[in-house]
Design a protein around this ligand. Structure first.
Ligand SMILES: O=P(O)(O)OC[C@H]1O[C@H](O)[C@H](O)[C@@H](O)[C@@H]1O
Length: 433
């Protein structure tokens, strides 16, 4: 299927966008294809959906099945790109309440340093059958490493030698402390490819294994991404809407709009916003440049940040994601006395009113001077989520290149780490300068 996503904007005529960015986009596209763009050694994500190794995919599926059978609860440890993609997809595609009886509960750790969180996690898993998936590309990130040390001790005490069948590590093929520990302990392992950075890794085992464990169809996710590869690999700005989105973002930035808000009216899509924020924030926010990626979950946030968006400093543009088909719906009942005055809505469903609220919000914000982008996605299912993941990845790489930065590094993230190591007196740590 092509055109699973439609891209609409009214801020600038297509021809004008083409005039401003058409040639630049073609040039960058060519460099990406030829592997001569800055950071090109991290372009592996571009072909992932097509080139994923079938044998590895079978192993991911088999391992997921094994964990699903042996565990009531699976703890997934990771942070940043080793966490957000899996959680985003799981949240978007899981029921709001309770859990599907066939699926283990999937919970996350290593993305915070709260002792209370960890203590309560340990209490929560007590008495249940547990498995652990630990994910770190570098294998050295402090937050997940601490969580893993604690959970590994728990698993050893609980399962003795048999715990090795309940722990899976996903990390670099040879480097890092986690690789060494996993090899020594005989854990099942999967590799984060060298040419795929953390925030672009959701379609590798990093995302695929935890997503499959949660009972989500990763083949459909990959199928959607595969179709997106076809749609978004044209060098023509006029036909490639991922590049149009990238060009428009840069155009808006040049006009002084330096904050982008991703907005949706679908509560369980909110974690996807977080994935998107890391993708764009780490890719573009460097060398004193960037568009600050923020997000809102409407209509909830219409009653908090809505005021600011409508009326505050005019440096915001907003990107709405709307799903055309919904999973379930609820009718508005009619009442005889109509005391709440809502009978005028009783021929409508909640989703219809949600869609009207989206239209009303877009109109209001546009009138308030907020440039709008509207992405319409066919349905919130694994196929379309795979599709939109790839759409944003392509758009992000192009947008960062148009901005003039390397999309694939994140040198700034090291700064706070140096301070931690100094403050916690890490042995062997010597601060430069
Ligand atoms: O997968 P890891 O190596 O543990 O990295 C996890 C995260 O660490 C840092 O925050 C990086 O800036 C992120 O890009 C990365 O996703």
């Amino acid at each position: 299927m092509v055109n699973a996503i439609t891209f609409n904007q009214t801020h600038i005529a297509k021809e004008e966008l083409e005039k401003q960015f058409g040639e630049k986009v073609q040039h960058i596209h060519k460099q990406m294809v030829e592997g001569t763009s800055i950071g090109a050694e991290f372009l592996g994500w571009k072909q992932l959906p097509n080139e994923i190794d079938q044998e590895e995919l079978n192993q991911v599926l088999a391992t997921a099945e094994k964990l699903r059978k042996s565990a009531d609860v699976v703890v997934v440890i990771g942070v940043g790109g080793s966490y957000l993609g899996a959680k985003a997809v799981q949240d978007a595609l899981s029921p709001y309440f309770g859990k599907n009886e066939d699926n283990p509960e999937v919970i996350f750790a290593g993305q915070n340093l709260s002792g209370t969180y960890m203590k309560q996690l340990l209490q929560h898993i007590e008495g249940k059958e547990v498995a652990v998936i630990v994910i770190s590309k570098s294998g050295t990130t402090t937050e997940p490493a601490i969580a893993f040390r604690i959970l590994l001790e728990y698993m050893e005490n609980r399962y003795g030698a048999a715990m090795k069948d309940r722990v899976v590590a996903i990390t670099d093929k040879s480097k890092g402390a986690l690789r060494e520990l996993a090899n020594r302990s005989g854990f099942t392992t999967f590799v984060v490819p060298d040419d795929v950075g953390g925030r672009f890794s959701v379609l590798t085992p990093v995302g695929l294994l935890p997503i499959a464990v949660a009972g989500i169809d990763i083949l459909q996710l990959l199928e959607g991404a595969k179709d997106a590869v076809q749609e978004y690999n044209s060098s023509e700005l006029s036909t490639n809407s991922a590049y149009q989105y990238a060009a428009l973002r840069n155009h808006l930035l040049n006009e002084g709009y330096n904050i982008e808000i991703l907005a949706s009216f679908t509560p369980n899509f909110a974690t996807f916003h977080e994935w998107w924020k890391q993708l764009f924030g780490e890719s573009e926010g460097k060398d004193g440049k960037g568009i600050y990626p923020a997000s809102v979950a409407y209509p909830t946030d219409l009653h908090s940040l809505g005021q600011y968006v409508q009326d505050g400093r005019r440096e915001i543009f907003e990107t709405f994601v709307q799903f055309k088909e919904t999973t379930a719906d609820c009718a508005i009942p009619t009442t005889e006395d109509n005391l709440d005055g809502l009978n005028y809505l009783s021929d409508k469903t909640m989703n219809e009113i949600n869609d009207v609220t989206l239209q009303a919000t877009m109109e209001a914000h546009q009138d308030g001077g907020v440039p709008l982008i509207h992405l319409t996605v066919g349905k919130k299912d694994a196929y379309h989520i795979g599709y939109i993941i790839y759409f944003f990845e392509m758009a992000c790489a192009m947008s960062a290149y148009l901005l003039g930065v390397n999309p694939f590094d994140q040198p700034g993230v090291e700064e706070y780490k140096k301070n931690i190591f100094r403050m916690l007196e890490k042995p062997g740590f010597v601060e430069e300068n």
